[in-house]
Write a protein that binds this ligand. Structure first.
Ligand SMILES: NC(=O)c1ccc[n+]([C@@H]2O[C@H](COP(=O)([O-])OP(=O)(O)OC[C@H]3O[C@@H](n4cnc5c(N)ncnc54)[C@H](OP(=O)(O)O)[C@@H]3O)[C@@H](O)[C@H]2O)c1
Length: 329
């Protein structure tokens, strides 16, 4: 492999375009191929984004010697199948969040990555911007003491509400928890680890999926995370971390983190930390992933496969507690 990762995009929907844009600000990779279920869409996308290779289908890209890494940007329900296809052909895979629909699917992806000995990572892009690096540093420095509570939410009102669209359609694993609730949940996992127990409730919408969901996670040291997701209304989209010696507010949009305010309990002094994106933000995960690939790594510490499995298991348990199963499960 050269020092420049040749990326392929699998699926030509909305988020693939944000990723293609992000790749423009990456120093160790370029967009080299695109694959759609329909060749004409691949071709149109390749023309629009000046991509050298337009593949006829996903398999052709998975088989191509010209591609090093694939970004999977299909609906949640296709993540496992599409990732496994690429992993089987030795491609490194960065797969959009949620990693798949349930723990069983993620386990199969992880097993295939291990069998093929290739890099696999969940595309939880919020983990990689510079502000998150800074946040992890502040938390481990003890500046705000021991974290006792996290409040975080991500709610928005989609412009359109077609029941067959991927946000509300149970056949495409729709619902707020898997689409946006995963951001606060992943943040809680990064900061507080694996919960000991949880309680949760949901609002079942007309298509049968969760249009709102709330969850309280409790950890073995007694700390707690209060999380909320919604497809019904726009929420604050902030995160508030309370420690014994201070607190941190991650400003809107906390899933696209660029600004935080750290307040000391004793002095009540506020410190504002701003780390604006260079690029559109997707560049950070792509650059990080590219570096792992160039170093020959198959896993990493920032978004490990073990943690992705634990997050998926928790998502399963939360849905189980409501009695929400998708038709294909
Ligand atoms: N990181 C983020 O901020 C972020 C934001 C939005 C979404 N996402 C994630 O990205 C994934 C894709 O979301 P999106 O909003 O880009 O979706 P989208 O606009 O619907 O695009 C998905 C693409 O997947 C392909 N596809 C393959 N099988 C499909 C099927 N059965 N039904 C529909 N499309 C299918 C289609 O491309 P072809 O037909 O060309 O193959 C389609 O254009 C989701 O898992 C979502 O959670 C992440």
């Amino acid at each position: 492999m050269s020092e420049l990762i040749k990326w392929g995009i699998l699926g030509t929907g909305r988020i693939s375009r944000a990723f293609a844009e992000g790749l423009k600000s990456v120093s160790n990779g370029v967009l080299h191929g695109v694959a759609s279920r329909d060749y004409y869409r691949s071709k149109a996308y390749a023309d629009e984004w000046s991509v050298p290779l337009a593949f006829e289908n996903y398999l052709q890209m998975a088989e191509s010697e010209a591609i090093d890494a694939v970004y999977v940007a299909t609906p949640h329900t296709q993540h496992a199948e599409n990732s496994i296809l690429c992993l089987k052909h030795g491609k490194a895979v960065l797969c959009e969040k949620p990693f798949a629909v349930n723990h069983g699917q993620v386990s199969e992806m992880v097993a295939q990555a291990s069998k093929s000995n290739v890099l696999l990572m969940e595309g939880m892009w919020s983990r990689f911007p510079p502000l998150m690096k800074e946040l992890r540093k502040v938390l481990s420095s003890g500046e705000i003491g021991e974290v006792r509570t996290l409040h975080a939410d991500f709610g928005f009102k989609p412009k359109t509400r077609e029941p067959e669209g991927r946000l509300l359609n149970p056949e495409l694993a729709g619902g707020s928890l898997l689409d946006v609730g995963i951001y606060p949940l992943s943040l809680a996992s990064m900061i507080m680890g694996k919960p000991e127990s949880f309680v949760s409730d949901w609002n079942r919408g007309s298509t049968g999926v969760d249009e709102q969901a709330s969850c309280i996670l409790k950890y073995d040291n007694g700390s707690m995370a209060l999380l909320h997701s919604s497809l019904e209304s726009e929420t604050r989209q902030e995160a508030f971390i309370s420690g014994t010696e201070g607190n941190i507010r991650i400003h809107k949009q906390c899933w696209k983190p660029q600004k935080m305010t750290i307040t000391s309990r004793l002095s009540q002094k506020e410190k504002i930390v701003e780390r604006p994106f260079a690029g559109n933000g997707f560049n950070y995960e792509a650059e990080f992933f590219g570096q792992l690939l160039l170093e020959g790594k198959t896993d990493n510490e920032i978004m490990s496969l073990e943690e992705s499995l634990a997050i998926m298991s928790l998502l399963d348990q939360i849905r189980d507690s409501w009695g929400l199963r998708y038709p294909f499960e």
